[in-house]
Ligand binder design. Structure first.
Ligand code: SF4
Length: 490
């Protein structure tokens, strides 16, 4: 699986901090901060679609044109919103079954019905699936017999060739027991071939503070189990910027993360901002930050943490492919993200809060499970909001997500029959001058600092219309968060 990790920890410790300090001193951050491109901890949101949902129109489903699948190829996203417990920082739509008005079985019946509804409009068997993704929530929370039934249903409905990337998110506490091991083994037999395990940190106090349902040794045990069962393609999610993180304990997390020798590591910046898709999430973390900001590393210190991780992983032979994804080799790169972000492959999303992007049509499903189930029961698409993208916006999307994956000049030329500099000359030069990116014959690439700021750079390519809509939306959301009534619900 690549170069093993052999250095003594004491030697690494000394080296790593000084290497990261040296690296940090290469950058002049003042200009970047002046220009407002620097991260703002409590405002930070990860860009994972263009336009972001905040810029959607209140269209009706009937107003959307019939989706035309490009070359009849697509990736499929499936949302399973259930978790064993709710993490303090959770920025996703997730539910605890006991308190949820809708239980797992009913939800699964509905998500299958949503696929049936689409199959009445479109021969899904004609769609060659390039990747299937199970996100959440915690998909591995779902009982294996239900997952098996759902996977078989997908295979029956779509053209999914053996060996197609079949990826799922997982959480350690759902795969630790003997039963969990059996579940993993069955999933492997059913064709699941990539597992992304949410660990977030290897420090027990931090894990407790952020409300994870596992400790560090359980996370290590879960990763070992996944590998022992036979998963070759394993990703581990780590978050930096968490309360309680210090250079010392972060270094330990780096050492453990790189010791486990998985195929890839996702190293994401903490999201504190309490709101997505018209729903206020993440409230506990937001108020912890508001009341005790000293628990959290500053943006500058978070950049230092990023450099520490970056330098260590580079030294061990990892390559930073997608902006926050470090892979040991090409075979561990997430096809789902490459197809969706880099190649702009059509994406069909099923389930509550799932989003779909086909050609220039983008839309989101409803943002809560009751509305989702009610719509499906009436045989209606659980449509929430959407947007039809102009040619200008499709070009912006290509560049913004190119910077999160790989911005190849020829890809842009082939798609739009134009040189990338024709439209984005000034912005590209601006980022080159700020040493956030550089140009080669074939592509534009982000520097280490640029990768740390990839979401902020992405945002600069948004159209003025989208920027204004996002600004307006966030203003309203901030007011809602600060509203006393909301505080009472903490
Ligand atoms: S496991 Fe993931 S989705 Fe579930 S509550 Fe925690 S952060 Fe949210």
């Amino acid at each position: 699986m690549g170069k093993p990790y052999k250095k003594e920890v004491s030697k690494i410790k000394k080296d790593l901090i000084s290497i990261a300090e040296k690296k940090r001193d290469e950058f002049d951050l003042s200009k970047i901060k002046q220009l407002g491109i620097w991260k703002k901890k409590e405002k930070f949101t990860e860009i994972y679609k263009y336009p972001p949902y905040q810029a959607y129109d209140s269209l009706k489903f009937e107003e959307l044109p019939e989706p035309k699948f490009k070359n009849e190829e697509a990736v499929i996203y499936n949302h399973f919103p259930f978790c064993l417990t709710k993490c303090v920082y959770c920025p996703f739509y997730s539910l605890i079954e006991e308190t949820s008005p809708i239980k797992v079985k009913e939800y699964l019946t509905c998500i299958k019905k949503e696929i049936e509804l689409l199959s009445q409009k479109k021969d899904l068997k004609k769609i060659k699936v390039k990747s299937v993704y199970f996100g959440g929530g915690t998909p591995t929370y779902i009982p294996i017999e239900d997952l098996e039934d759902y996977i078989n249903f997908l295979k029956e409905k779509f053209d999914i060739k053996p060996g197609t990337e079949f990826a799922s998110e997982a959480s350690p506490e759902t795969i630790l027991t003997k039963e969990g091991e059996k579940k993993l083994s069955r999933l492997l037999d059913l064709g699941l071939n990539r597992l992304s395990i949410g660990v977030q940190d290897f420090n027990d106090e931090i894990l407790k503070l952020i409300g994870r349902a596992h400790n560090s040794s359980e996370a290590l045990k879960a990763i070992k189990t996944v590998k022992d069962v036979g998963f070759q393609n394993v990703n581990v999610d780590i978050i930096y910027g968490l309360p309680g993180q210090t250079r010392e304990n972060w270094e330990n997390t780096i050492n453990l993360s790189s010791n486990i020798e998985v195929g890839s590591l996702t190293v994401a910046y903490l999201r504190i901002k309490p709101g997505e898709r018209d729903v206020i999430h993440n409230k506990s973390m937001y108020w912890l930050f508001k009341n005790k900001p000293e628990l959290f590393p500053t943006e500058d210190e978070s950049f230092f943490f990023y450099l520490m991780m970056n330098e260590r992983l580079k030294e061990l032979g990892y390559k930073q492919r997608q902006c926050n994804w470090f892979t040991r080799s090409e075979k561990f790169v997430s096809r789902y993200l490459v197809e969706r972000w880099q190649n702009l492959k059509d994406t069909i999303g099923f389930g509550v809060v799932a989003s779909t992007s086909v050609g220039n049509i983008d839309y989101h499903n409803v943002n809560n499970v009751e509305d989702y189930v009610n719509a499906i029961k009436k045989s209606e698409f659980p449509f929430f909001k959407g947007k039809i993208l102009t040619d200008d916006e499709m070009m912006r999307k290509k560049v913004a997500f190119g910077f999160k994956t790989d911005l190849i000049k020829k890809d842009y030329k082939d798609k739009f029959n134009a040189n990338i500099r024709e439209k984005f000359n000034d912005l590209l030069d601006k980022f080159i001058n700020l040493k956030l990116c550089y140009e080669t014959d074939k592509r534009f690439e982000l520097t280490d600092l640029g990768r740390f700021l990839s979401d902020e750079i992405c945002r600069e390519f948004f159209s003025e219309d989208v920027k204004n809509r996002v600004k307006e939306y966030n203003k309203k959301l901030d007011e809602k968060v600060l509203n006393k009534e909301e505080n009472k619900n903490e």
